[in-house]
Ligand binder design. Structure first.
Ligand code: CP
Length: 311
């Protein structure tokens, strides 16, 4: 078994199921479980290396490590020797030499983790790599879906918004394709995957935002990732009218949310923009799982830290 988690596409269904099972165990949070769990090694050292900004992923890994009794170190790129040209491999080899057991890495570089992981003994967890994949987000999303529906198969999943530049969308499309779910994608044409993208399997169907929201069991809204767009979007984002135009055409408005199926749920990886991709009043609607996703992020990341110590 690999100790690393680099891409969701690397994981078998059996591995994903076992991570979800352990994540569920930790989500039924009780201190007895935490204090009675034998550590695989004594005093594991976990290092967070975030080369892009983060609130949820970084702090949920930190909370997860603290709950497990692991020691967490925070690497600051701006004050590190990466500023002097030190490479990712040399940085990780240096940390490994000091005794760090697990590195959690968020980076703009899409393929670097696959390149360095085979040369290192420490466990590597991808905490979001450019516009490629965000596997730990997809795993916590799967756990949230499983808790709501009692299963992760036989479902219709809508993913709405900026899909082309979203690593969350990529990892979720890969996960739901593995589980043979029907995936509805909707958004502005220039934010949808290319027709020849490997993501566009027979499980994936492009449809209108209204159709996606009305038909789906899970409505996953995405932030517009302007920072990754190669050109200015077709909407004038510097004006409120451009943002309103996006909201009315592609956002989860109150009117659209009322047309959702009875037992369907709303998800968003966050950070969310109230009044742009999701109505302010929907963020904490009973159908919204946004803060449940955040809570499950800690549980799933506890499971992933334990896994990263196993050889
Ligand atoms: N969902 C997510 O990855 O959030 P952060 O960027 O805050 O970590």
């Amino acid at each position: 078994m690999s100790k690393d988690l680099i891409l969701l596409s690397d994981l078998s269904i059996e591995t994903i199921d076992s991570i979800l099972e352990r994540g569920q165990y930790w989500s039924e949070d009780n201190n007895f479980r935490i204090s009675n769990t034998a550590k695989v090694i004594d005093n594991p050292l976990v290092c967070n290396l975030f080369f892009e900004s983060s609130t949820r992923t970084r702090f949920s890994f930190e909370v997860a490590a603290k709950k497990l009794g692991y020691h967490i170190l925070n690497f600051e790129p701006s004050t590190s020797s990466t500023q002097k040209g030190e490479t990712m491999y040399d940085t990780l080899k240096t940390l490994e030499s000091m005794g760090v057991n697990i590195a959690i890495i968020r980076t703009k570089e899409e393929n670097i983790l696959h390149e360095v992981a085979p040369k290192l003994d420490l466990g590597i967890i991808n905490a979001g790599a450019g516009a490629n994949e965000h596997p730990t987000q997809a795993l916590l999303d799967l756990l949230t879906i499983k808790q709501n529906f009692g299963k992760v198969t036989g479902l219709k999943i809508a993913i709405v918004g900026d899909i082309k530049y979203s690593r969350v969308a990529n990892s979720n499309i890969i996960a739901h394709t593995k589980y043979a779910n029907e995936i509805l994608i909707a958004g502005p044409d220039f934010l949808l995957p290319e027709k020849d993208s490997p993501l566009m399997t027979s499980n994936v169907r492009i449809c209108s935002v209204d159709e996606a929201i009305e038909e789906a069991d899970v409505v996953m809204m995405l932030r517009v990732q302007r920072e990754r767009h190669p050109r200015k979007s077709d909407f004038d984002w510097d004006s409120t009218s451009g943002q309103n135009k996006y909201f009315l055409k592609y956002g989860l408005t109150s009117e659209r949310s009322k047309k959702m199926k009875k037992n369907s749920i709303i998800m968003h990886p966050a950070p969310f923009n109230r009044g742009i991709e999701i109505a302010d009043e929907i963020v904490e609607d009973p159908k919204s799982m946004i803060f449940t996703q955040v809570r499950n992020g800690v549980a799933v990341r506890m499971a992933l830290l334990e896994r990263a110590l196993k050889k």
